[in-house]
Design a protein around this ligand. Structure first.
Ligand SMILES: [Zn+2]
Ligand SMILES: [Zn+2]
Ligand SMILES: [Zn+2]
Length: 347
């Protein structure tokens, strides 16, 4: 059996626009968010007119098929089966007559004096008060906590049930139904549309559209940090290795006797770390960084024995961390460095 291969690269104009807009904004992950009557995908707000959720989903699914995006479980939502709104609220109903007009009754025991009564008999303006012994019990949740130290404040919930205002039935478990705030339709889980709201992540296939774009953007940010610390920075620089082969790094920063080398891994590939490790062996610098924009959780542990610092680009604080480390290197580490390295390193 043979299956026809889909043309994975051909993009519609809108699809291409969507991908380019993500790259321009530096967004690699798009999350669904409840917004008013509908769902929006963060970062795509300005892209699709009126943010038609169904249109957005169609685009995202198509880009997933073309392997520019991967889909991941994230959230689910109840949609009104009549108008499609997500402003849907849950209600409890009487299982006998379906009325929504039901009352919840909770039986409470005041352990201290043994009084048992309906919760509303305990309710006072400042929390619960025992109707029999007049002890001020206070907060309902706090009083149920076994850690409550004041013995006279302890209560126990004996049970809860419901009473229907309409037909008078008593029951423990109500049925659930939903009401749409927008069109007022009432419906149950049987009629409801229940849909998955996935999260989407860009794949490295985006490199076809914008080669090295994420690396470039990140490098310029890093360059700024080094410049502020008084370093001279070279992007796509080369250093003569001990082997006599020139080794290239995405960024080389120099200040006095300090030499810092940095590579960027756009997708957190292990091969990027291995390549950097190979270069490290040849140049023997103490300050070597890998900025991992893909946030691969394994890279840091793999790099540790080789004294390569991996910065997790998915961590909001990664630029802050880099600033701190550069500061430490600048202040103290220079003397420990192999000075002969410099003669070789200089062009
Ligand atoms: Zn009492
Ligand atoms: Zn009823
Ligand atoms: Zn509706």
């Amino acid at each position: 059996m043979s299956s026809k291969k889909i043309d994975a690269t051909k993009l519609s104009t809108t699809e291409e626009k969507l991908l380019n807009s993500l790259v321009d904004k530096g967004i690699r992950e798009i999350k669904p968010k409840r917004f008013g009557e509908s769902i929006i995908y963060e970062g795509l707000e300005d892209l699709i007119k009126d943010n038609n959720y169904k249109e957005v989903m169609k685009l995202l699914k198509s880009l997933k098929k073309k392997e520019y995006l991967t889909e991941h479980n994230y959230d689910s939502a109840i949609f009104c089966p009549r108008c499609g709104s997500i402003q849907v609220f849950s209600k409890y109903n009487c299982p006998q007559c379906q009325s929504m007009s039901i009352e919840k009754i909770q039986l409470i025991e005041h352990i201290f004096c043994g009084f048992i009564g309906n919760r509303n008999e305990f309710e006072g303006p400042d929390g619960l008060v025992c109707p029999k012994c007049k002890t001020i019990i206070g907060d309902f949740l706090g009083a149920q906590n076994k850690k409550e130290t004041e013995k006279n404040k302890q209560i126990r919930v004996i049970g809860s049930s419901f009473v229907c205002d309409k037909c008078g039935s008593k029951f423990e478990k109500p049925t659930t139904s939903h009401v749409c705030q927008n069109c007022k339709a009432a419906f149950t889980y049987r009629e409801a549309s229940y849909e998955k709201l996935p999260l989407y992540k860009l794949t490295d296939k985006i490199e076809i559209l914008s080669p090295k774009r994420f690396e470039r953007d990140a490098l310029h940010q890093v360059e700024k940090i080094f410049s502020e610390k008084g370093y001279s920075v070279e992007i796509d620089g080369k250093i003569m290795g001990k082997s006599g082969v020139e080794q290239s790094f995405d960024l080389i920063a120099r200040k006095n006797k300090n030499l810092i080398l940095l590579d960027v891994s756009a997708w957190g590939r292990q091969t990027d770390l291995i390549s950097l490790l190979g270069k490290k062996m040849d140049v023997d610098s103490q300050s070597i960084f890998l900025l991992d924009l893909g946030g691969n959780p394994n890279l840091s542990a793999l790099a540790k024995p080789y004294k390569i610092v991996v910065l997790d680009g998915k961590d909001d604080k990664h630029m802050e961390n880099l600033t701190t480390i550069i500061g430490e290197i600048t202040d103290g580490a220079a003397e420990k460095r192999d000075s002969s390295f410099w003669k070789r390193g200089k062009k």
